[in-house]
Design a protein around this ligand. Structure first.
Ligand SMILES: N=CN[C@@H](CCC(=O)O)C(=O)O
Ligand SMILES: [Zn+2]
Length: 405
């Protein structure tokens, strides 16, 4: 949306505009419309990639150019706050085996590690660009990318550099699993991650290659990290100046959620198996720690879906993301995730869209409102309202909005 010309473009013909800004919405509207700051028959003025004006079309100011959306809905661009896009190789056979009853335990990650280590920079660059393009074509305008398929200092740094070519929102996931070569000395691998690997990520005095550090905390998997190991990784990441994220409670109840809340992580992701105490911890961490639900994973691993309704009713901040990765969910589609959240997790269409934009953004330290001064990160729906995201599941109605140059 940035043309850098100083010219203002007015977007017209917007049947429904979702702003995520309650100040924009109608105070007498229903709860969902208020949550979304919904404006009907709206206009938006954009200049140099920033929103300059938002409101009813009847009051739109004059602009240098005009872009007519012909009755479509416009929503904030989706924020995919949990992905693992830097990988090579194919694990479709593992997916097919799961569909006939095999369970997921993280063991297949080693297959992606081997293929990713063997790939050239150019091959990985091409794969990442194709995946980001696929996301943009489905309405995602912001993406977080984790490492985790390198698991050596050099391979993890390479993944971070490649990720940084497409997004500033990068996450070191050196503690994804214990690589095979360290299987008999897990402690030495935790030492590598918390020592030389983190040092290399923040070396040089400039901005770190990663914004966040993450850990797959899952005592139910021999491959992932237990609570003590996860705490060691997260505390080292925090000392290095990184924000914290956690893969927690994906395969079974465990310490991941409690640890994330205790340490003030920005997000704890998956949250598939939660105890009452975990829900209480998430309620207590509201405003700091977001529960990021990844229903594409439950779909692709034949697992029970987390109870989004229960979390929202309890007052937890709930975000949605794809977790696009070769093992547990090779889908880049935020509309698919929204449809699953509505169909399978008891979330309303408004709550799901808010979770996929405003709350996911907050988990990255961002603000995803459509309001004056904000980046014009918008998605257009080939439909008259946001309800169609779940209603027309599987139909490619969403795309990132690009203004004609
Ligand atoms: N659970 C850990 N990591 C990924 C899966 C990685 C893989 O299987 O390749 C996830 O978020 O689900
Ligand atoms: Zn993940």
């Amino acid at each position: 949306m940035t043309d850098g010309t100083g010219r203002a473009t007015v977007l017209t013909g917007i049947r429904e505009l979702v702003t995520n800004d309650p100040a924009q919405g109608d105070l007498h509207a229903d709860a969902g419309d208020r949550l979304l700051g919904l404006v009907r028959d709206a206009a938006v003025v954009v200049r140099d990639g920033l929103v300059e004006w938002v409101g009813p079309a009847a009051h739109a100011p004059a602009a240098d150019g005009r872009h007519d959306l012909a009755g479509r809905a416009v929503v904030p661009g989706f924020v995919d706050s949990h992905t693992h896009l830097v990988f090579a190789g194919d694990r479709s056979v593992e997916f097919a085996a799961r569909m006939t009853g095999q369970t997921y335990d993280g063991g297949g990650i080693a297959v992606s590690v081997a293929a990713t280590r063997a790939a050239s920079d150019d091959e990985l660059r091409r794969l990442v660009a194709a995946r980001v393009g696929e996301m943009r074509a489905q309405g995602t305008t912001t993406v977080e990318i984790k490492t985790g398929y390198g698991l050596t200092v050099d391979d993890e740094l390479r993944a971070l550099r490649l990720a940084r070519e497409v997004t500033p929102h990068t996450t070191l996931l050196g503690a994804h699993v214990v690589p095979r070569e360290f299987a008999h000395d897990r402690g030495a691998y935790v030492d590598l991650v918390t020592g030389p690997m983190l040092d290399a990520v923040v070396a040089g005095g400039g901005p770190a290659l990663a914004e966040n550090v993450d850990v797959f905390c899952e005592p139910a998997s021999a491959h992932a990290f237990d609570g003590d190991e996860a705490r060691t990784v997260l505390e080292a990441g925090r000392r290095a100046g990184l924000a914290l994220r956690v893969h927690g409670n994906q395969l079974a109840p465990g310490p991941g959620v409690a640890l994330a809340c205790e340490l003030g992580a920005r997000s704890v992701d998956h949250c598939t198996f939660l105890t009452d105490a975990d829900v209480d911890a998430l309620v207590g961490a509201r405003g700091t720690t977001v529960a990021t639900l990844l229903p594409g994973v439950e779909f692709s691993t034949r697992s029970p879906y987390p109870d989004g309704r229960r979390l929202i009713d309890a007052g937890v901040d709930v975000a949605l993301a794809t977790d696009c990765n070769p093992g547990t969910c090779y889908s880049s589609s935020m509309p698919f995730v929204i449809a699953l959240a509505v169909r399978e997790m008891g979330m309303t269409p408004a709550e799901a869209l808010h979770a996929a934009t405003a709350v996911a953004a907050r988990s990255l330290g961002l603000d995803r409102r459509v309001a004056p001064g904000m980046p014009a990160e918008l998605a257009v729906l080939d439909a008259p309202s946001h309800l169609h995201l779940a209603y027309r599941a599987g139909v490619p109605i969403a795309s990132a909005l690009s203004l004609p140059g």
